[in-house]
Design a binder for this molecule. Structure first.
Ligand code: DGL
Length: 273
């Protein structure tokens, strides 16, 4: 039994909203539950509309605002945009609209990748929309020109991951199609620029071994979240899952993807947004 803190000892827990087009943001929630388990998390998956990667910029911006409004109505005092595509296309508008809420975004980790690549040739696997965004182009332009970036849209990966396929012939074929040409061009470091892709990390590592180091920024994103919210002093947090398609299916996938985190008390809901 977790020790209940006295009134004086207890730090108010934060209610934190985490959203993505689907289950990708669970890779961020996984890290949040590791680094900061003592918060109330509301995970919102827009599964009825996944994937976002090839949708119009206008649609993504307006949809992201709708999801954030809902999270704010539920009492969230911080929101993690656990989606590179939504961050790239909508974070400026979200920050402007919800100026009193701490907003944490994600972006492809090309800076750490450039530092870590010994050949200075980095592969970036992300959605079409993330790679085409002004935000990503500005990020690339902010780096020294001593590193080459080979960009590849991971079209088709997200729908498979949404079905819980993290290995198998279809995933393998797409990974070969996207990563083999990078290896031929000398890539030694691969940025996972979509929050769905960390669930393929083990598979990618199995396929390419030591020749490829993988960069995933979940750890840094959650560190930033911790800087912006109350530090929770207890382990009495909670997780609620919300899906625009099917809450129970989301909970089932979350239980397998977030293991060994204990989600016995987690609740699941389907929401019509
Ligand atoms: N997981 C999201 C991202 O980080 C969205 C992927 C998609 O829906 O296409 O970009």
């Amino acid at each position: 039994m977790p020790k209940r803190l006295s009134e004086e000892e207890s730090v108010p827990l934060s209610k934190i909203g985490v959203f993505d087009s689907g289950i990708g943001g669970l890779s961020i929630l996984n890290e949040a539950l590791t680094q900061a388990p003592g918060h109330h998390y509301m995970y919102l998956a827009d599964s009825a509309n996944t994937p976002y990667g090839e949708k119009s910029i206008e649609w993504i911006s307006s949809r992201s605002l709708t999801l954030c409004s809902w999270l704010v109505q539920q009492g969230c005092e911080a929101i993690v945009i656990a989606c590179n595509t939504a961050t790239a296309q909508a974070i400026a508008q979200i920050r402007e609209t919800f100026s009193k809420i701490a907003i944490i975004g994600v972006e492809p980790g090309i800076k750490p990748a450039a530092l870590q690549s010994s050949k200075k040739i980095v592969g970036v696997l992300a959605t079409q929309n993330t790679l085409a965004s002004d935000k990503f182009k500005q990020l690339l332009a902010s780096l020294l020109a001593d590193c080459e970036f080979i960009q590849q849209a991971g079209i088709g990966l997200v729908p498979l991951i949404e079905q819980g396929q993290l290995s198998g012939p279809s995933i393998n074929a797409l990974l070969h199609q996207y990563i083999d040409p990078m290896i031929e061009q000398g890539v030694d470091t691969l940025v996972l620029g979509c929050t769905h892709y960390p669930f393929l990390e083990a598979r990618i590592q199995q396929m390419y071994g030591e020749q490829l180091q993988i960069i995933d920024t979940s750890h840094a994103v959650v560190k930033q979240m911790c800087r912006l919210v109350n530090s929770a002093g207890s382990n009495l947090g909670s997780v609620h899952f919300y899906s625009t398609s099917n809450g129970q299916s989301l909970l089932k996938l979350a239980k397998s993807l977030l293991s060994p985190h204990q989600l016995d008390q987690a609740q699941a809901h389907t929401v019509d947004l």
